[in-house]
Design a protein around this ligand. Structure first.
Ligand code: HXC
Ligand code: NAP
Length: 293
């Protein structure tokens, strides 16, 4: 999954100067790419996940491209004490924390009736509980310290459509979106903004191995679902995330920005599948339709 660092950046090298950001799940995939962009824009970033070796390697790699500093903390977002320790480490390292990206997630495809209760709990605990564990700890600290912070939450387009075969993820992401919109209103009085990004498919090892295993991709080409007929580039998502973290988006609050090549709308529009009709057949169809007086 090539990410071609450093990325081309929409914002300047100082656009996130003074931002001290924590990125959960920042050692891999989209979290790593957004971290790279934040660093390129001058932020300091602390990345977290469960695997120290992965975090260490990512820190070594990204320290070479950034303008800001990078650090890590091992932290399972399901455990409040580990979340608070990671927050404290970032605070001690950078002087404070004023932005937080809830990106860590777990997911896999399965018919719902095949799931054990533990399997269901595992996804809900990482995605929904993990996100509110972080949000509650960080939000309380920001309110106490009078810090006008920024939350950015990574959801999906099935947060509002729902989706079969990923039901624990769908209900959890729906909850994270509801939290984003709720706190955007409730905590605005403290100067705290909350926004979300809903990505369509962006190739990452973590998502592809669990959601599009090879045997499935041979049968169902995921590109056919996307009007733009391509997957997203990490650079595109990372630039959007940098904007939402920056002061340039200071009046954006409670928004979810979809970045999916039009994928979710393709399924929604009643007649979108008429794309398969060749133009000669449109001649026949037009005669038939016009013939109905
Ligand atoms: C059915 C499964 C299963 C599967 C695990 N389980 N995989 N059940 N089908 N494929 C069950 C296990 O049997 C167990 O239940 C329970 O789930 C917990 O499994 P563990 O392996 O013990 O959990 P854990 O080690 O905590 O690992 C969590 C994980 C794993 C979610 C299962 O995949 C993980 O670490 N994922 C992190 C990264 C990730 O998922 N990235 C993708 C994000 S992509 P029992 O009852 O048997 O004990 C994404 C994209 C969304 O979110 C939109 C895309 C367009
Ligand atoms: P990924 O590389 O697998 O990222 C998930 C990250 O979460 C990993 O770094 C993982 O690290 C971490 N994580 C998992 N469980 C955790 C836990 N209990 N505590 C702390 N960290 C944990 O997959 P990705 O594709 O980049 O996904 C990133 C985000 O984008 C997720 O929110 C996902 O739902 C969302 N998303 C992705 C796509 C896509 O197409 N890729 C589309 C829509 C939304 P450890 O295993 O080391 O803990």
């Amino acid at each position: 999954m090539s990410t071609n660092l450093p990325f081309k950046q929409m914002l300047g090298p100082d656009a996130l100067k003074g931002k001290n950001i924590v990125v959960t799940g920042g050692g891999t995939g989209l979290g790593k790419s957004m971290t790279a962009m934040f660093l390129q824009c001058g932020a300091n970033v602390l990345i977290t996940s469960r695997k120290e070796d992965v975090l260490k390697n990512t820190c070594e790699e990204l320290a070479k491209i950034g303008n800001g500093k990078i650090a890590y903390a091992v932290c399972d977002v399901r455990k409040v004490n580990e979340v608070e320790a990671a927050l404290q480490k970032a605070w001690d390292t950078f002087g404070n924390v004023n932005a937080w990206l809830n990106n860590a997630a777990g997911n896999f495809i399965s018919p719902t009736e095949r799931l054990s209760h533990k399997a269901f709990d595992t996804i809900v605990d990482i995605v929904l509980k993990g996100s509110y564990n972080c949000t509650l700890s960080v939000g309380k600290k920001w309110i106490e310290e009078k810090i006008p912070g920024v939350f950015l939450n990574i959801v999906t387009t099935y947060s509002w459509t729902g989706s079969g075969f990923v039901v624990p993820s769908a209900i959890s992401k729906a909850g994270v979106l509801a939290m984003t919109r709720s706190l955007a209103v409730e905590w605005a009085k403290y100067g705290i903004r909350s926004n979300a990004i809903a990505p369509g498919p962006f190739p990452t090892e973590g998502a592809w191995s669990r959601l599009f295993p090879e045997e499935l991709s041979k049968k169902l080409d995921p590109l056919q679902r996307i009007p733009l007929r391509r997957f997203g580039n990490h650079e595109e998502l990372a630039n959007l995330a940098a904007y939402l973290m920056s002061d340039f988006s200071g009046y954006v609050n409670g928004e979810v920005v979809t970045i999916d090549g039009g994928e979710w709308l393709q399924g929604g529009g009643e007649f979108n599948n008429l794309d398969v009709i060749p133009s000669e057949m449109w001649d026949v169809l037009e005669r038939m339709v016009r013939g109905k007086k």
